[in-house]
Design a protein around this ligand. Structure first.
Ligand SMILES: *[C@@H]1O[C@H](CO)[C@@H](O)[C@H](O)[C@H]1NC(C)=O
Length: 453
């Protein structure tokens, strides 16, 4: 693929530098132990800061476009700068957009907003504070998986050990599934909850975007509810359907958000000087046609070709092998944020053949959430509701794998969230509960319409 080209030379250059550095330091009497960390890794390098991205004094601006000139200005800005993280792209008049602005660009951006009279609000003045608070809500990787709860966030290792514990605890109902390994050799592990071999199945895909931590948390919540709830309606749903749930389909990215950069989204495939394909732009369905990038430095890079990534291939192979065999009739992809319940298509405003049904089920699901927590979730086709995007898993599942009920949820917070993807842990439980409520509403409504006959 040509993506490992700089690996070796870079390592060699690094070694040469190290030798020069050591000689220079020895000559000047500098103690090697005292400061510089020559190679990656932590041995012999105490006291040095970890290799972790920081967002001190980064601001979140929420801008509103009132004319075409402003839209073009922001399209140009996004193109030119890697110190601005756009949450979406500038597209239309009336649109609101959140942008994470690096500290050294704050004066510049504030000036531009003023110069071009762009309507805006500052949602957050120091994004690192949000991240610090969030990292304090992570349980240590060494914690026993029986301690997993929905008041904290958990490492990949803990989530996977918890899945194993569920199998031990409910051996007749739970089996572990493994799609195979990721790009960096982590397992893509899930579970199947079986009540009856003849049941239709519901598939839940979580964590395709690494930084959306609420997604894997919601997946474990749903597994736990299906296995332990005393609510007769939940028990009925666990009885009437088999559930296939993969909490973390992008394990490399998820790990990276814990260890190095809380804002990482893509997988960790190497492309020369940068990494990562947006797996939810990589599916072979109208791939690279709209709302994705062909630039590997971008957050929505579609990859070098359709279905190029190992994680995408694993998911596709799994669904192809099981859609018929397991009778998968529903595909749910969990994301954050924006509070939206969306169905295909993402790549076009054309309507799917069962648009009216999916619209109706989506409306029922948002009403159910509203009744439960008072939260507003918007529903509609993905193209109409959030922004056009192609190569997504949901479009593929519906069009290519023939799964009639397909949704992508954007969970909390609201579109103008001050936290972006950094949802406070206190919101895990209610958010996961909303997700499950919406799924139940959709499944019950679809059952009434005969989708699971
Ligand atoms: C993806 O689409 C862009 C824009 O249409 C095009 O320039 C690029 O060559 C495409 N990439 C591939 C690999 O086909």
């Amino acid at each position: 693929m040509g993506n490992k080209i700089i690996n070796m030379p870079a390592a060699r250059i690094g070694t040469q530098w190290l030798v020069i550095l050591c000689v220079a330091m020895a000559a000047s009497g500098t103690n090697l132990d005292s400061g510089i960390c020559p190679v990656a890794g932590d041995s012999g390098c105490r006291g040095n800061p970890p290799d972790q991205a920081r967002y001190d004094n980064y601001r979140i601006y929420n801008v509103e476009f009132e004319n075409q000139e402003q839209i073009e200005l922001f399209q140009k800005l996004e193109e030119q700068s890697d110190s601005l993280t756009f949450i979406g792209h500038a597209r239309e008049v009336g649109q609101k957009l959140s942008i994470l602005v690096a500290a050294h660009r704050v004066a510049d951006i504030a000036d531009l907003l003023k110069t071009y009279k762009v309507k805006h609000r500052v949602l957050t003045y120091n994004f690192q504070e949000k991240i610090d608070r969030n990292l304090a809500e992570v349980q240590p990787e060494s914690i026993d998986a029986s301690q997993l709860d929905w008041q904290h966030f958990f490492h990949l290792k803990t989530i996977y050990e918890w899945l194993d514990k569920m199998v031990e605890k409910y051996p007749n109902r739970v089996t572990v599934l493994d799609m195979g390994s990721s790009t960096q050799g982590n397992a893509i592990k899930g579970v199947k909850l079986t009540s009856n071999a003849n049941n239709k199945a519901i598939f839940i895909e979580s964590g395709i975007h690494a930084r959306e931590w609420i997604s894997p948390a919601a997946a474990t919540y749903i597994i736990n509810q299906l296995l332990t709830s005393q609510d007769p309606k939940v028990q009925q749903l666990a009885q009437d359907y088999n559930w296939i749930i993969f909490p973390c389909v992008n394990p490399d990215g998820y790990k990276y958000t814990f260890e190095h950069d809380r804002m990482w989204r893509k997988n960790r495939q190497l492309f020369g000087t940068c990494r990562g394909v947006d797996l939810n732009r990589n599916y072979p369905d109208h791939w690279n046609s709209t709302g994705s990038s062909s630039d590997p430095t971008r957050y929505d890079f579609a990859g070098p070709s359709a279905g190029s990534e190992l994680e995408t291939k694993r998911l596709i192979d799994f669904i192809r092998a099981n859609a018929g065999k397991e009778q998968i009739k529903t595909y749910i992809a969990l994301h954050s944020y924006s509070q939206m319940l969306m169905f295909p298509y993402g790549y076009t405003k054309e309507r799917v053949s069962n648009y009216d049904d999916l619209q109706e089920f989506g409306k029922k699901a948002s009403a159910a959430i509203k009744a439960e927590n008072g939260r507003d979730y918007v529903s509609g086709s993905l193209f109409e509701t959030i922004y056009p995007s192609s190569g997504g898993s949901m479009d593929w599942a519906h069009s290519e794998a023939g799964i009639p009920i397909a949704y992508t949820f954007e969970l909390r917070g609201p579109p103008d969230s001050q936290d972006l993807f950094i949802l406070p842990a206190v919101e895990i439980q209610p958010t996961a509960s909303e997700a499950f409520t919406a799924i139940r509403a959709i499944v019950e409504a679809a059952a009434e319409k005969g989708y699971y006959k």
